[in-house]
Design a protein around this ligand. Sequence first.
Ligand code: AMP
Ligand code: GLY
Length: 726
Amino acid sequence: MRVLVIGAGGREAAIAWACRNHGHHVDLAVDLPAEFDEHTRPDVVIVGPEAALVAGVADRCAEQHIPCFGPTASLAKLESSKGFTRMLAGRLGLPSPAYHLASSADEALTWWREFGKPVVVKLDGLAAGKGVIVPHGDQETEAAIHELVAQGPIVLEELLTGPECSLMALCDGNVARPLPLAQDHKRIADGDAGANTGGMGAYAPAPIPYDPDELTATFIQPVLDYLMAEGAPYVGVLYAGLMLTADGPMLLEYNCRFGDPEAQAVLPLLTDDLAELALACCRGELGDRHIASAGAACTVVAASAGYPAAPLTGAAIDFGDETPDALLFRAGTDGAAVTGGRVLAVTGLGDTLADARAHAYRRMSTVQFDGMQVRRDIGWRAIGAQLTSYAAAGVDIDEGSRAVEQMKAAVERTHGSAVLRGVGSFGGVFSGAVIKAMDEPLLVASTDGVGTKVELAARLGKYRGVGADIVNHCIDDVLVQGARPLFFLDYIASSKLDADQVAEVVTGMAEACEAAGCALLGGETAEMPGVYAPGAFDIAGTLVGAVDRANLLPRGQLLAGDVLVGVASNGPHTNGYSLLRKLFEWLPMDATPAGFDCTLGEALLKSHRNYLPVLDTAITGGAVKALAHITGGGLPENLPRVLPGGIDAHVRLGSWPVPPLFRLVRDVAVGMPTRELYRTVNMGIGMVVVCAAADVAAVQAQIPEETWVIGELVAGTGVVQLLPAG
Ligand code: AMP
Ligand code: GLY
């Protein structure tokens, strides 16, 4: 087919592209030539701008018996007169704002004062997007009325609120078929701020909760039926500008043509042949065919400096490079020079709007001219339009409540009579009566996390153990001051809250608390998508314990000659996991390495021990001078925390049996110096008891499991020396 497209903007470039894409020959002209010869006579004319329609291009085509896709001049008044549109919509009962047509300021002001609500003031006639004022407040409204009524009759309309959408339908006089819904960006600046423009970008299909066929039945078909009955069939695009209000979609305006830049977004989505559809419309043969389209499109406009008030022309345009899945449509250009306000548009295509948007901006990033204005936010409302709940944004309050339900029983088992308020209250309430019995009660508090062990736990789907880890870590931290735990508060954060997983972690905490006679007094579960990586979680906790001042550890003086008694760890506890995860990156966690009695994963996830039960008798017995909890920093950095100045600790390597996991670590990390190794992991000792040499046998007897004399204190400068075995 030979197609003649009338117009010279971005919209017409998109119409031409769509026709050429289906193999048609396309000519472009700003106006209909006076005559054609047999070579130039088009099979169909497609009219772009409203001005050409108002000027009667369709009527002139009819005289020459050339099919024209676009309404006659008299029907184009659907767009050219807002008053006519409002009267027609009123007669047809289409959902519309309240309105009043006025030809004097007095009349307008009287109606508006009586109406008593905010209004939009519009010039009745065509004004190329400049005839609409959305005033803020009474003063601006009065000023707008005076300003526009000086130019001609005006329409006052009830101010509606909501997102807008562009419904464009192909019409054959009888029936209308919708194109994918589009959304335009009318303001010049990001965030829909600044002056109104012809449109700075668009995307389609717009993810709005209305069906295009139903919208067409409501807003387009009644107009076609009415005009048909009047003997004036409407052929061409009928475009309804809709506002999606809380009371449903409402009609803002009709246009008698494709939108610009909506056309640049919508037409590339068509898999059907536009030229053929246009001709079918001219012949009244659209019938019940559905218009086929696929994918998503995002169109970004580049406007010249000064647009829309006073566009600057003449700048040299660098059109950049072609990039995949993107089209460039020229508008206000002559060769490589800027001639108009909207200079060009790029359309990105993709399966999803996100892809389409990325492709559009990639193409636009290669375009350059002086003063170029490009909005960076095209499509921004589409994300919000698809969110119908907080859960859709990744935060599921209901799942949080479910987690609380599941953990409640385990938590409440830790509540003795001292707990007055626990789970579900704004803050836990714990009775201080238990410490009243002490002569001078001291409160000891500790906050900790379990570090990157949580990554391993998440990876292996084993959550309960890390719950115990955090509680026991804190218990051991207060135990080294001689304190017994009173209550614990936890914090769990994850990218996506899973009630079962949270309940597992908290149950692990509750079990550890229960075993230590500690109340799990409260906690917080946070769902933080976009902060934690998908699947990741973290836990932390705070424990408060008490000790009578007389029993505070360390007690007495630590002296040269005192002995170090090592108590076993049952794994790395909560330290060294960044090294361990790296070390075993390529070793499957379900492997059972030589010498192990469990899998590697099980060995790594063994929970931190609670040393209270094993050390209780020894501490109460009075011979324990000090305790050192072997956490981050290992033996070399935790022992000095209890050493007085002038005393060194000598630790004899080989004096305790290094468990298989730590032997494997030592064998694999061949390049790691011994001291570095002992600083990173505990190597099998989780707690060190310091006592006088004379008390060693008694202390060891008070500890109901095997312990080892691993070294002694000597005069020195407060450092730890690791003495080689033998
Ligand atoms: P129009 O040319 O009639 O589409 O108006 C241009 C723009 O003004 C519209 O896209 C809306 O953003 C805004 N507008 C027009 N009419 C109303 C209305 N009744 N309520 C709120 N905003 C409106
Ligand atoms: N982009 C709005 C219009 O073409 O009227």
